[in-house]
Design a protein around this ligand. Structure first.
Ligand code: PBG
Length: 321
């Protein structure tokens, strides 16, 4: 036998030297939840270790994120009052707009400050857009609200908005709204290939979602990969600076296909259910938690993601040190 692949696996130095995939804190983005009216952080029971922040505890979290050398944070706001049109999303004194300004003032350019640009946290029906009289999600009426939301986030100082509602044309409308308000430098992380997934389950608790039913008329069907590439290409054409695939683990083939098809950075969102499955198994002693975290994130990178949104971002940065 001349060829023995095991030779390169003999020592950790050899393995380190020939490892194809890197994982670094700067590639990780930490999603953070901030809830209006809280005076102290509130645990999310379905996501052990993750909390809904108060405005002030959020600042501690972003300081640690900057300290850990993360690439950025993705902010989600949970208003005290929800209504049919998601008014809290547009109000300059709404929780997300305030939190963006707080975070930017706290960390400046030390982190990329990103915001979830979507209505589902703000609507009492829990959908990502406005509803027609007969209860369908109205694509084009929703776009007008997204445009206004983009301007509000930009006015609060955000670096990058993350339109996540899967409305057709949303990236073009957000780009035009930003440019029209003299915010040419605010970039767009497009949730391009976002699937209607059972793995968002714990997130619904995280944002006190009131959704009944599902999002299958706007989020993608789990069976479709070609369509995921189509969505990503459309978003690039509409001006997306980064395109994202979500969830990550069940869709690593889509991550790879999108990576091969576009010439902008690709992100993947390691979603709440993916997080909670590992946490639950680890809590039962069924899995080596830290090894599972690093293996999960490495796999997402190997599939082609340049950037990973993960609730483990800060901890993974520590593990990598
Ligand atoms: C929509 C949004 C969702 C998530 C991120 N942005 C929920 C949904 O589309 O149903 C899910 C994130 C996760 O599960 O971790 N604003």
């Amino acid at each position: 036998m001349i060829i023995r692949p095991r030779r390169l696996r003999r020592t950790s130095a050899l393995r380190r030297m020939v490892r194809e995939t890197s994982l670094a804190p700067g590639q990780l983005v930490l999603p953070l939840f901030v809830r209006e009216g809280l005076t102290e952080p509130q645990p999310i029971s379905s996501m052990p270790g993750v909390v809904q922040h108060s405005r002030s505890s959020l600042l501690g979290a972003v300081d640690s994120a900057a300290q850990a050398g993360l690439g950025g944070v993705m902010l989600f706001g949970i208003p005290e009052h929800k209504d049919a049109v998601g008014s809290g999303a547009l109000d300059p004194a709404g929780i997300l707009n305030l939190a963006i300004a707080d975070v930017v003032a706290e960390v400046g350019d030390a982190l990329t400050v990103m915001s979830d640009l979507c209505l589902d946290e703000f609507t009492d029906h829990g959908h990502c857009g406005l509803l027609t009289a007969d209860g369908r999600v109205d694509n084009d009426a929703t776009l007008e609200v997204y445009a206004e939301m983009a301007r509000a986030h930009a006015a609060a100082g955000v670096d990058m908005v993350g339109p996540s509602g899967m409305m057709d044309g949303q990236v073009a409308v957000v780009r035009a709204a930003l440019d029209g308000a003299d915010h040419q430098d605010v970039s767009i992380l497009a949730y391009s290939a976002k699937y209607a997934s059972a793995f968002y389950g714990p997130f619904r608790e995280a944002v006190d979602s009131s959704l009944e039913g599902d999002r299958r008329t706007y989020q993608q069907d789990a069976g479709n990969a070609v369509e995921g590439v189509r969505e990503a290409l459309l978003d690039v054409a509409e001006g997306a600076d980064i395109v994202m695939v979500k969830p990550a683990l069940g869709y690593l083939d889509v991550v790879r296909r999108v990576r091969d098809a576009v010439d902008v950075p690709v992100a993947a969102y390691n979603v709440s259910g993916e997080y909670s499955m590992v946490e639950a198994a680890a809590a039962n002693g069924w899995i080596d938690r830290e090894a599972a975290i690093l293996e999960t994130l490495t796999s997402i990178r190997r599939a082609g993601a340049d950037v990973i949104l993960t609730y483990w971002a800060a901890e993974a940065a520590d593990l990598l040190r």
